[in-house]
Design a protein. Structure first.
Length: 100
């Protein structure tokens, strides 16, 4: 069953985030079998989220295990450090039947 990683990020330094963390994370997403479906700033919060600076990323994975392998990899743990102090991220992984 496919899995989807949903990320809500509040980015405090967009240039550093996109050119540092974002570029390196994208390489690993592909390497571990994921693909981006949505990468978008400017999400409108309708309920339960106070901050105005919401960005959303949704990626698709062959399985929940593949997403977890990416997330828990030593490579990603190093890349993840690039977002320290420049973004607050909230991350979920869900399984779902094919959405197409």
């Amino acid at each position: 069953m496919k899995a989807y990683m949903l990320v809500r990020a509040v980015i405090h330094d967009r240039e550093s985030f996109v050119n540092g963390y974002g570029a390196e994370a994208a390489k690993l997403v592909e390497k571990f079998g994921g693909k981006y479906l949505v990468r978008a700033p400017g999400a409108l919060a309708l309920e339960g989220i106070d901050d105005e600076h919401n960005s959303v990323v949704i990626s698709e994975w062959p399985s929940k295990e593949a997403a977890q392998n990416f997330w828990n990899s030593e490579e990603y743990q190093e890349v993840k450090k690039l977002r320290d102090g420049i973004a607050d991220c909230y991350v979920l992984v869900i399984e779902s039947d094919d959405l197409s």
